[in-house]
Design a protein around this ligand. Structure first.
Ligand SMILES: Nc1nc2c(ncn2[C@@H]2O[C@H](COP(=O)(O)OP(=O)(O)OP(=O)(O)O)[C@@H](O)[C@H]2O)c(=O)[nH]1
Ligand SMILES: [Mg+2]
Length: 317
């Protein structure tokens, strides 16, 4: 495992177009520890962030195929695009998902496309912090648009939605039979539904089903659109791209984009704050005299004593 000695120069190299440096930065984000903290600070210091589009859905729904077509939409407009394939189950990076490499392989030699897989298990805060950070690194390196592909399984879907600015949920005709329990959750996270494999039967019923659920769902300012695609034949994919742009415009003009990004930063601040306090508290707690108190009451006593010791410290300084 390479050690990041100088995140600043690494970032400079990444900004200058050095892909190996970019890869190292993202690897550092995947890990946790003091070095990662340094890398994160460096990234926050210099970079704006990319616009993040999450593409989630059941295994085999066609996420990679759709992503591949979307990459082309960006490239046709002269935009550089980064792709992060999240592998939620793997603690290792770089082990991407061979199929994804093949399906997005057309773009392998294009310097304006950067595809990489990322492991998030073990990362503090998981997907919701590591992916936006990677997106910042990508933005610094010139990729202002980033697609994140994640296999949606329960919590991961929610996390991807938390990390992304626009969340695309990919389903297939006949979805109703298999994921009944999960539907409500999908309604909450989707900004856009894509019924892929629309060359199969049951598209109409599926569309009706989703629209009906959207009718019942509490109405926000944005009603998710329900689109049909045959990604493997590149049918309907331009419309998905346009809908993503529409949603982005909505977030920007309504001020919501600023809001969700501020919330995301705030969450990260909180998480780091808790982490800092935890280290200090753990040390303090170990020095606390043993009592016969139950664990919760003991925690409260330790906390009160800790606060007291802190206020004494500031009082003396
Ligand atoms: N019939 C049909 N097949 C499709 C369509 N889109 C994708 N496929 C096929 O479905 C299979 C799975 O597609 P992928 O793009 O790998 O799906 P995925 O959601 O990325 O899969 P995982 O990453 O493994 O979860 C592949 O064999 C594709 O060629 C479509 O619109 N119609
Ligand atoms: Mg895939």
């Amino acid at each position: 495992m390479s050690i990041v000695k100088d995140p600043k120069s690494l970032l400079e190299q990444a900004v200058g177009g050095n892909r190996a440096a970019l890869a190292k930065l993202i690897s550092a984000i995947e890990r946790d520890g003091p070095q990662t903290t340094q890398v994160i600070k460096t990234i926050f210091g210099t970079a704006s962030t990319a616009y993040l589009v999450g593409i989630t859905g059941a295994p085999g729904a066609g996420k990679s195929t759709l992503t591949d077509k979307l990459i082309r939409c960006y490239r046709l407009r002269g935009l550089e695009v980064g792709v992060i394939a999240v592998d939620p189950s793997s603690p290792y990076s770089g082990g991407a998902i061979l199929g994804d490499r093949i399906r997005m392989g057309d773009h392998a030699s294009d310097h304006g496309v950067y595809i990489r897989s990322m492991a998030t298990r073990g990362h503090l805060g998981g997907l919701s912090t590591s992916v936006p950070l990677a997106a910042r690194a990508l933005a610094a390196a010139g990729f202002q648009d980033v697609l994140i592909e994640t296999v949606g399984v329960g919590q991961v879907e929610v996390e991807v939605a938390g990390a992304a600015d626009t969340t695309v949920v990919v389903i297939n005709p006949g979805w109703g039979d298999s994921i009944q329990a999960n539907k409500a959750g999908l309604m909450e996270i989707a900004d856009l539904f894509v019924i892929n494999k629309a060359d199969r039967e049951g598209v109409r019923a599926t569309k009706r089903d989703i629209e009906a659920m959207l009718d019942l769902a509490p109405k926000g300012d944005w009603r998710p659109r329900v689109l049909e695609t045959v990604a493997s034949l590149d049918r309907g994919t331009d419309e998905v791209f346009e809908a993503i742009l529409d949603h982005r415009k909505f977030l920007e003009t309504s001020g919501k984009l600023k809001e969700i990004r501020a919330n995301r930063d705030e969450e990260q601040t909180m998480r780091h704050l808790v982490e800092l306090a935890k280290v200090d508290l753990a040390t303090f707690s170990r020095g606390f005299r043993a009592t016969s108190l139950d664990p919760l009451s003991k925690a409260e006593e330790v906390f009160a004593a800790w606060l007291e010791s802190k206020s004494n410290q500031t009082g003396n300084s």
